[in-house]
Write a protein that binds this ligand. Structure first.
Ligand SMILES: [Zn+2]
Ligand SMILES: [Zn+2]
Length: 161
């Protein structure tokens, strides 16, 4: 789920934030530093956030592959939009999980009834309203159609329309 490079980036981000907090910031401080406990808390929480951010970008890059999306575009979106807004957008906009056609292996989305390449029927559909139904259903849950009257297989009726 999370690629190695993003784990490495997360570790690096954590160390870099620690470095900024304990080495870079004290040098530029003009007034009294806050108490040690507060500084430790801030340093740890900001480092953890930075590390999480890297892991999230790694997750997005893997997830885009599974959904046949543009990984680069989404990594840029996550990097450019601050505070994880890019990631929130990503989770709202991502298309459903991709799987493959049992007949020819083409990528198909979970809401497809037929494979776009070989017309293999991926999900059973009602002969009247053509919504997805479970193969074991006797009546369509969407329109109440009696599936036993579908003399022609639903896949052929779908093409006749
Ligand atoms: Zn197919
Ligand atoms: Zn129906």
């Amino acid at each position: 789920m999370i690629p190695r490079w993003s784990v490495a980036a997360a570790v690096f981000a954590f160390v870099a934030m620690q470095y900024i907090f304990w080495v870079v910031m004290p040098e530029h401080r003009r007034h009294e530093p806050p108490p040690f406990g507060l500084r430790l808390y801030l340093a740890l929480s900001w480092s953890a956030l930075a590390a999480l951010y890297m892991l999230m970008i790694g997750y997005v890059s893997e997830d885009t592959k599974r959904r046949a999306m543009q990984a680069r575009v989404w990594i840029v979106v996550c990097l450019v939009l601050p505070g994880g807004i890019g990631a929130v957008l990503y989770f709202l906009l991502r298309p459903p999980l991709i799987s493959s056609c049992p007949s020819c292996g083409t990528h198909v989305q979970s809401d497809y009834h037929f494979c776009p390449q070989c017309a293999f029927q991926i999900t059973a559909s009602c002969g009247q309203c053509f919504h997805s139904v479970r193969p074991s259903d006797l009546y369509c849950v969407h329109c109440g159609h009696d599936r036993a009257t579908d003399n022609t297989p639903a896949r052929l009726m779908a093409f006749r329309e």
